[in-house]
Design a protein around this ligand. Structure first.
Ligand code: ADP
Length: 600
């Protein structure tokens, strides 16, 4: 919890309520039904006290007759049936609403999060976003699906019970009112302690879980360093800590139960003593006393129940606030009000015009400075420069993941800020340095480039990416699972799948970030072939790490600290740009450079 002022917190709570009301709105009918069931069950529970009174007074009184007893019991049973039916409806509807609202919230938050500008995720931990969508919504689900209903039901019973008590016997009621805090306060204190202990017990269990997770994930490293015994010992430590915390909790819980029994039944004894004397003196009937005790216990129990769920309600308010925060996060990369349409078909001509850009987290350190560069449609450009020179930033700017600080980037002559980002990105395909494969089949991963592609188009793309051979050799061909993140494939295979994906997308502009890690000669050759096929007839911007690439492209742009310091072809740059010559000689071993020079 942040240290907001009470007023601010009140406003936040109000906002939370308003937002929740918005999510409940489509389910008015269910909410209405649940409310009716809630009121009915509370009313029936309240009337059971009256049934009890009748039963005692008429059923067991000295003038008892069988007919009256039967009648009283019949009525009682009818009420029980009604209560059962009402409880069924209430429980079903309320749980349904809880599940429904949390499902809707999950969908809304995810749908919003995936549209947010990538810069947003630099300040947000992905784990945090995940836990908001899973844990926070689950918490809301339990709260809406039970705690709220418990609180409302008990509030009704508290009010109803109290009214009856005051009407029927003010003297005894005054006594109850005095004893309620006496009974409730210790229960609350213990209850709170148990709750906080159960939270820390859960934390401890979570740390046991993450220890196991880490050990299993790194099992080879663990065994290679002979860490079994050490890890076993520290794991035992974690488990024992969890046990100790659990035992403290259990002890408190045991005390809680004992205290409840002593205090509640003690209070009942007190009432029986006072009330019993009233009965003996003929001031009230036995049934009245029985009903009175029934209501008194009910009033006390409802206070207990409300205080028990109060913490849940507060936690839910916190969870809702966190979810709403995500929902309210603003997308900084928005389509313009009137997006300009791209020419059909697009050409893929790129122009950087005096572009400067700094990341929000480092406003004083521009990552790109006054860069002007034209890339004719269908030509290829290699970006080279040492690490941190701004190559990836240029690629991100082209995709409009960030907006330029000054200057403009044009696609087919149109400022990309005047285009709908979706239209712009539909013309672009990206093959990243570390190809990203999603858990699924080979076909799923290629089809990611264009979900509507037919099987023939998909196979065609795989063939063009020189991936068909190895795919056919996989156990289930195109339907083989690639494993989490593609672990079942080699680096070169993953790259060719990423290339097939880009070929299937058939973009006008291709953005490539070449892998720095060396592939074996065979894979390297195949990947290179696949890339050349992919680059045919498209504008290509490639972050180059391979000699073959820089030799083949139409133009090389040399970046240094965000500035364009030289551009030209490989041979020219080797003689004209000392920076390029140094970069090239560091990047490729001398033999390669010599060979390239000889080939020029
Ligand atoms: P390259 O791709 O040439 O290695 P980058 O484009 O990744 O270089 O980085 C250019 C500069 O911008 C570097 O100084 C880097 O530290 C900085 N930078 C890159 N990404 C971010 C980011 N998300 N937030 C802040 N600074 C960044």
């Amino acid at each position: 919890m942040t240290d907001q002022s009470g007023a601010e917190r009140g406003v936040a709570k109000l906002g939370v309520l308003k937002a929740m009301a918005g999510f409940l709105k489509p389910y008015r009918l269910q909410v209405f039904g649940a409310s009716i069931a809630l009121i009915c069950t509370a009313a029936i529970t309240l009337s059971i006290g009256q049934g009890l009174r009748m039963l005692v007074d008429q059923g067991f009184s000295s003038h008892a007759n069988e007919a009256a007893l039967n009648q009283a019991l019949l009525l009682f049973f009818a009420m029980v049936l009604l209560l059962a039916a009402g409880t069924f409806i209430r429980f079903y509807l309320v749980s349904w609403i809880g599940e429904r609202v949390s499902a809707d919230l999950r969908k809304a938050v995810f749908a919003h999060v995936v549209t947010l500008h990538p810069g947003f995720f630099e300040s947000q931990l992905s784990g945090d976003i995940q836990s908001r969508i899973t844990t926070d919504t689950s918490l809301l689900q339990t709260v809406i699906g039970s705690s709220v209903s418990i609180a409302l039901r008990n509030a009704l019973m508290f009010i109803g019970g109290l009214i009856w008590l005051f009407i029927s016997n003010p003297k005894l009621t005054a006594m109850v009112m005095l004893s309620v805090p006496l009974v409730i306060v210790p229960i609350l204190v213990f209850g709170r302690r148990v709750r906080s202990l159960s939270r820390s017990s859960q934390d401890k269990i979570a740390s046991v879980g993450s220890f196991v997770g880490e050990a299993v994930k790194n099992i080879k490293l663990l065994q290679a360093f002979n860490h079994q015994t050490l890890d076993r010992k520290s794991f035992e430590g974690h488990v024992e800590v969890a046990f100790d915390v659990a035992i403290v909790r259990i002890r408190q819980r045991a005390w809680l139960s004992t205290t409840v029994i002593v205090l509640v039944l003690g209070a009942v004894t007190g009432m029986l003593w006072v009330g019993g004397h009233d009965v003996l003196a003929g001031r009230i009937s036995g049934g009245e006393l029985a009903a009175f005790i029934f209501y008194a216990v009910m009033v006390a129990a409802s206070v207990g129940a409300i205080s028990e769920v109060y913490g849940d309600l507060q936690r839910a308010a916190g969870a809702t606030e966190r979810l709403l925060e995500l929902l309210a996060a603003e997308n900084r990369i928005l389509p313009p009000a009137q997006p300009v349409a791209l020419p059909q078909p697009a050409r893929g001509e790129i122009a950087f015009e005096d572009v400067s850009f700094a990341y929000a987290s480092r406003p004083d350190h521009p990552a790109i400075k006054g860069l002007t560069l034209a890339i004719p449609a269908g030509s290829s450009l290699a970006l080279v420069g040492s690490s941190g020179a701004g190559k990836s930033t240029l690629i991100d700017l082209l995709l409009r993941f960030y907006d330029v600080g000054s200057g403009a980037i044009r696609f087919d002559g149109i400022d990309i800020r005047d285009l709908d980002p979706q239209d712009l990105r539909a013309q672009i395909a990206m093959v990243p340095q570390q190809p990203v494969l999603f858990t699924g089949t080979v076909a799923d991963n290629i089809r990611y480039g264009r979900p509507s592609a037919s099987d023939e188009e998909l196979i065609e793309a795989a063939r063009a990416a020189f991936a068909e051979d190895f795919i056919q050799r996989l156990p289930d061909g195109y339907d083989s699972f690639v494993g989490e993140g593609g672990v079942r494939l080699s680096g070169g295979q993953r790259q060719r799948i990423a290339i097939a994906r880009a070929i299937l997308a058939d973009p006008k502009l291709l953005l490539l970030d070449e892998a720095t890690s060396a592939l074996d000669a065979e894979s390297e050759y195949q990947v290179q072939q696949a890339l050349e096929r992919l680059m045919e007839g498209r504008t290509t911007v490639v972050i180059a790490h391979r000699l073959a690439t820089v030799i083949n492209v139409d133009r090389i742009a040399v970046l240094d600290h965000g500035e364009l310091v030289a551009s030209g072809r490989h041979g020219e740059l080797l003689t004209q740009s000392p920076l390029y010559a140094r970069w090239a000689s560091l990047q490729f071993d001398d033999a390669n450079t010599q060979a390239a020079l000889a080939a020029e």
